[in-house]
Write a protein that binds this ligand. Structure first.
Ligand SMILES: *Cc1c(COP(=O)(O)O)cnc(C)c1O
Length: 411
């Protein structure tokens, strides 16, 4: 058998889509152009300077002074795993709050670190119940860690991270908080809330290319990991070894950093800084309100109660009798518009509309409503043309934008 290059393959040019699913989100041209700059060495003094800026901008995004704040080379799942492999010793009891897909993955992580997970379950679409956490901690006084997801992307629900961290600390537990979808899109205050370990991902509200996971560890965690008796089971994710590259003193080879992706993250964080964190949170709220007003005109009902909804991710029940897959297929085909399907138990039951980062803008909300209108009409659903746009318009008018943000204006 001979292995010959295939003659049919040519350069890959992806179509220009509008990304309104659960991530990745649209990427600003400034960030895309950063990706194509010359690759330099990961120990080049110029690169090392850029790393320091990156770390400081991540501290701003996370609202923390933690020296150990840096992007892990890998998607959000690697950030998640990094927290567990370093913090969980065999036999450690870890309370995991599960109210969606990602809490379930945390349990998997605890088991694979040979920890003992104790699960606090809440229905999908509801926030983590602080009382249940408190009750569980009273029953398990030997628990060491509490882990939960602040913004459950699978359902669009926000849990009260501040309260959950406060309860965990009252019971002498450290906390691991998944802020993959919250970072840059909704309030997250690592230091003010006392979060011990927190991770995110580049492709959600930071609107950067996928493949990086911003992470921050308090000094308490760094000390704890240094004192570990047993070696961390992952070589790549061992915090002690990674400190040699991302730490404050030394800069030695650990792995080849994804230099170009890091330029892109630098640019996207710079844009977040230019806009201002509070302004970015407000922009997500404003566009959410307009999207919601429009979606409701189709009779779409939200999975999550209004007070616990994420602005950046809305899950709505599929309209009865409508082929949910076909709606998504037509949106993609006719409008190059991607929305998300349901995950896990919600597969086939919900649509997920993401307005994350650079995707979170008026033109996307209006496009999405118009596209949905025509696609649903084509599929035989009775729609009143113009009603969704009108509702969204009035929501925007009732909540005027203080300033067109640079992230939006330059697009
Ligand atoms: C997307 C997501 C992850 C996983 O991130 P990847 O980059 O896909 O590995 C983890 N947690 C939450 C809440 C997410 O939304």
């Amino acid at each position: 058998m001979k292995f010959r290059p295939s003659k049919k393959i040519t350069t890959f040019y992806p179509p220009q889509r509008t990304l309104m699913g659960p991530g990745p989100s649209d990427i600003h041209p400034r960030v895309l152009s950063a990706l194509s700059r010359p690759t330099i060495g990961y120990l080049d003094p110029v690169f090392v300077e850029m790393m320091e800026e990156l770390k400081s901008m991540l501290r701003y995004a996370f609202q923390t002074a933690n020296p150990l704040t840096f992007p892990v080379s890998g998607p959000g799942s690697v950030g998640m795993e990094m927290c567990f492999v370093n913090m969980v010793n065999p036999g450690d009891k870890v309370i995991v709050c599960r109210n969606g897909v990602f809490g379930g993955r945390m349990i998997e992580n605890v088991e694979r670190c040979q920890g003992v997970p104790v699960v606090v379950d809440d229905a999908w679409g509801t926030p983590v119940d602080p009382q249940k956490l408190e009750d569980t901690l009273k029953k398990h006084r030997d628990a060491k860690i509490v882990a939960f997801v602040q913004a459950e992307t699978s359902t669009g629900v926000m849990s009260d991270a501040r309260t959950l961290v406060e309860i965990a600390h009252r019971h002498h537990c450290l906390t691991i908080v998944d802020a993959v979808t919250s970072l840059g899109g909704a309030p997250l205050k690592v230091d003010e809330w006392g979060v011990d370990a927190c991770y995110s991902a580049s492709q959600k509200c930071l609107s950067c290319a996928p493949g990086l996971s911003p992470i921050t560890f308090s000094e308490r965690i760094v000390d704890m990991v240094k004192k570990r008796k047993e070696k961390v089971h992952s070589w790549f994710m061992d915090l002690g070894l990674l400190l040699g590259y991302w730490g404050n003193t030394t800069r030695t080879y650990h792995h080849t950093a994804p230099t170009n992706s890091l330029y892109a993250l630098h640019e996207s964080l710079l844009m977040l800084q230019e806009e201002g964190l509070e302004a970015a949170w407000a922009r997500h709220q404003r566009n959410y309100k307009a999207l919601k007003a429009g979606l409701e005109t189709f009779g779409l009902r939200f999975l999550v109660e209004e007070k616990s909804r994420l602005p950046q991710m809305s899950a709505v029940h599929v309209l009865p009798g409508v082929d949910e897959k076909e709606v998504r297929r037509r949106l993609l085909h006719d409008y190059d518009l991607e929305i998300g399907a349901g995950l896990g138990d919600l597969a086939g039951k919900v649509w997920r509309f993401g307005i994350m980062g650079y995707s979170c803008k008026m033109e996307n909300v209006m496009l999405c409503l118009c596209a949905l209108e025509t696609v649903l009409a084509d599929m035989g659903v009775k729609v009143e043309f113009g009603a969704a746009e009108s509702a969204a318009y009035h929501a925007y008018a009732a909540n005027p934008s203080p300033l067109r943000s640079p992230r939006v204006a330059a697009g």
